[in-house]
Design a protein around this ligand. Sequence first.
Ligand code: PEP
Ligand code: MG
Length: 325
Amino acid sequence: RQEQYHKLRAVPAVTRDGVKIDLHMNAGLLVDLQHVAETGALSVGLFRTELQFMVAARFPRLSEQEDLYRTALDAVGDRALTFRTLDIGSDKVLPYMAQVQEENPALGWRAIRIGLDRPVLLRSQLRALLRAADGRPLRIMFPMIAMIEELDRAKTMVARELLHLARHNHPIPSKLELGVMVEVPSLLWQLDELCPKVDFLSVGSNDLVQYLFAADRDNKRVAGRFDCLSVPILRALKLIVDKAAAHGTSVTLCGEMGGRPLEAMALMGLGYRGLSMSAAAIGPVKAMTLALDLGKLEASVHSWLEADQGASASLRERLKRFAEE
Ligand code: PEP
Ligand code: MG
C-alpha cells in the first residue's frame, strides 16, 4: 500500500470527471516538514505553532520563534505554508503557564482569546512571523475567532507590527495573506461579513463538530456518539463552502475528517476543493480522489441533504455504498 501511495506522489489529485482537488499537509513540528515533498502535498495548509510552545520548558523567545518560522519556510521551499497563531488553552496546555482553573476549558480562555487579552504574546509571535518571512510571501490564520471584532483587533495588531518592521528597515513580506479558522459555530452566521475581510478560510472541523454537537472531542463517552457525516454537520459544512464560493473566498478544511477517505469524499461532494491533512493521509485520499466520479456524487449528496429524502441522521452508510459502487 505504502509503495502504491508513494507512486501517486507526483500524480495530481484529479477526479475521474476532471475536477482538481488541492491536497495540503498539516504540520506542527519541523520534522513533519521533511515529509512535504515525499507526500506530494501542494502546501502546508496548517502549521500548528503551539507545538513549539508545548514542547518547551518556558515561553520561547522572540528570536527562537523567528528561527523556527524561518526554518519552516526554508523547509517548504516554493510551497506555501499557513501559520496558525498560538492555539493554547483547553486540550493544549503549557506546563509553564499559570493554570487557570476553568469549569469548561474548551469553552474557556483559549487561542485568540488569550492572544487578544495578552497582546504581548500575540504581538511577539506576529513580529517573529513577519520577520521570518524576510521578504517572502506569508500566510497567517487566527484560531477560535467567534466574532468579527476579534479578527479586526488581530488585524490591527498585524498592521502595527508591519509598520514597526518598515520603520526599522526590515523587509516586509512580499505578500501577506490573513485567514480565519472557522471552528466556532457563531461564525456560520457572520460569513457574509467575514469573507470580505479575509484572504482565506480554513474549517477546523475538529472543534466545529465538537461545538455543534456540544460533545467534548476528547471525552470518549461522548466523542463517538455523534457522526461527523450526519446531516446537520454536513449542512453546516455546506453553508460554509457555499458562502465562501459566493464571495470568491478560498476555503479549505484542515480538521481530521479531511484525512479520512470516506469523509474527504463527502466533503468533495459538498463542494470542498481543498483539504489539509496529516502526511500519512494524503496517499489514501488521493487514491480515492482519482477513483471518484464527482458529478455523480455531488448530485447524490445534494439530494440526500434535502429535507424529506428519507436520509437517516447519518449519511455514512449511503456514502459507503456510493464508494463501493
Ligand atoms: C480543528 O479544530 O479542526 C483544527 C484543525 O485545529 P485543532 O485540532 O488543532 O484544534
Ligand atoms: Mg481547533
